[in-house]
Design a protein around this ligand. Structure first.
Ligand code: HH2
Length: 276
């Protein structure tokens, strides 16, 4: 992947950790998605189930009821990613034109999801999580977090390929905040280059997360600066896709950082990748 991509978050949930309830109404979620595209999102990641510790599980029917109309309305404005672990929800989103399945369980939760992705030829994001959302923050331990996350992701890439998913369709994500202490998250970001050696595009989702609050003393709504720092350093270390709530600011920071790193001719107007 040549240019960093900004993946704008559209949470159609009552309980997401940073924006729960704001976009549960489909019209609001759709307007929000359109706004993110106007701000430079290359991808819209639409989710109907919160993964924060202790969040309520949602049935496939309810999840689809939340995201279905939103996916349908936003397809065509930017490539759409469906943030789900359920084959039924993913299939309905792909039917409506979604192109990416973003699964925080890395195809472990639903036995039908890998085959579905293989059959449809969509892009798949495989994310690392220790345990389940309910238990993941109960004293997570690793010998070497980077090594273990890298090995896990390599294993999940192999499993996806065995199920028929084309390797070039797979993106990997170390799962910032999913079964990790502050130290684990920092270590993963510091040594992200080791994850990039898997040879697959790396997705990073640190937007507004708790570890940024802990290291800066900032509340949820005040973590944009920390988010930007994390994304810019992740870019330098080899990340390709940045999952964020605040698209305009992330876009600007990544466009500037790319030019400073000498990876982009600054004379070219920075435009969303999908509009090129
Ligand atoms: N983080 C969240 C959800 N989905 N997907 C990927 N690939 N990587 C991530 O880091 C990631 C993700 C959690 O953030 P958010 O969507 O804002 O909250 P919630 O899960 O509470 O809806």
């Amino acid at each position: 992947m040549t240019r960093p991509r900004v993946m704008g978050i559209v949470n159609v949930t009552p309980d997401s950790f940073s924006d729960g309830g704001r976009f549960l109404d489909p019209e609001r979620a759709i307007a929000h998605g359109r706004r993110l595209v106007a701000q430079g999102a290359d991808i819209l990641d639409i989710g109907g189930e919160s993964t924060r510790p202790g969040a309520q599980a949602v049935s496939a029917e309810d999840e689809l009821g939340r995201v279905g109309p939103v996916v349908e309305a936003l397809v065509g404005t930017a490539p759409v990613s469906i943030d789900t672990s359920k084959a039924l929800v993913a299939a309905a989103a792909l039917d409506r034109g979604a192109e990416i399945v973003n699964d925080v369980t890395a195809l472990r939760a639903d036995p039908d999801l890998a085959g579905l992705c293989a059959e449809r030829g969509c892009t798949v994001v495989l994310m690392h999580m220790l345990g389940s959302p309910r238990t993941m923050q109960d004293d997570p331990r690793y010998e070497d977090v980077v090594d273990q996350v890298r090995r896990f992701l390599a294993g999940r890439v192999e499993a996806a390929v065995s199920a028929g998913v084309a390797e070039e369709r797979i993106w990997v994500d170390p799962g910032i905040g999913f079964g990790k202490t502050v130290e684990h998250n920092l270590e993963l970001l510091r040594r992200l280059g080791e994850i990039a050696t898997l040879g697959r595009p790396v997705v990073i989702g640190s937007s507004r997360k708790r570890f940024l609050g802990e290291i800066t003393g900032r509340e949820l709504g005040e973590r944009l600066g920390g988010t930007i720092a994390s994304n810019v350093l992740a870019l330098a270390a080899g990340a390709d896709v940045f999952r964020v709530h605040d698209v305009a600011e992330a876009r600007q920071a990544l466009d500037a950082a790319e030019a400073i790193l000498g990876r982009r001719d600054w004379r070219e107007p920075p435009r969303p990748v999908h509009a090129r």
